[in-house]
Design a protein around this ligand. Sequence first.
Ligand code: KIV
Length: 271
Amino acid sequence: MSTEPAKPVRRTTVPQIRARKGGEPIVCLTSYHAHTAAIVDRHADLILVGDSLGMVMHGMETTVGVPLDLMVMHGRAVVRGTKQALVVVDMPFGSYEEGPNVAFRNAAHVMKETGCGAVKLEGGSRMGETIRFLTERGIPVMAHIGLTPQSSHVMGGFKTQGRDEETWPAHLEDARVVAEAGAFSVVVEGVVEPLAARITAECPIPTVGIGASAACDGQILVLEDMLGLSPRPPKFVKVYGQLGAMIEQAVEAYAADVRSRGFPTEDQVYR
Ligand code: KIV
């Protein structure tokens, strides 16, 4: 048996993620609660407590209705359940767009109350000033460009971006501005592959793709989508597990046992 003391586990830091530009792909997943986060933590570099939790966990139609308190609650649970991944908490709609001061107040609240390592907010060029304000005051920011679900009402739904090449300069400008403002990485969501490749080639910070091809510096998926728990996962999701079917089977077996008095048995009874 080794007499060496166990090495303390250190959390991945923002500069370590930043330094992965063009290097080993960055593994990211969402998680919203402690037990799944503990599993994800053993394999991912970065865990996002995404505001997608409004749709996935709370049955909302879009992410627009997610309140700040909900992000704090789930953020805390994920930080408690993890040791090594960098935990990033999403700023929900309405908590940062008004201006840098409001964004700072709310982002500082999220960081203090959850213990997360960074926040994420949606928007490119229009968020440059806010990203600079936050990063200069000690709040690391992950940006999010391309398809930005909080703007789905303006965009007319969840639409793939960049199909028309004339729109590319605006997306490239978004990436340039958020990087220059100090974001340490940028989620690129729902864009066509050649645009994702251009953004990744031109942007000095790591791009983390979701529905944006293998051209990005890293990938992120919503955990429930890749586990087979979402009824209709988007085209860009690869489903790695069939948890929905497993839960169905288990619940069906439990219900049958209870009805036939097959549960509990001797093994589950206190004597
Ligand atoms: O809210 C979320 O889960 C996200 C990811 C899909 C990137 O923003």
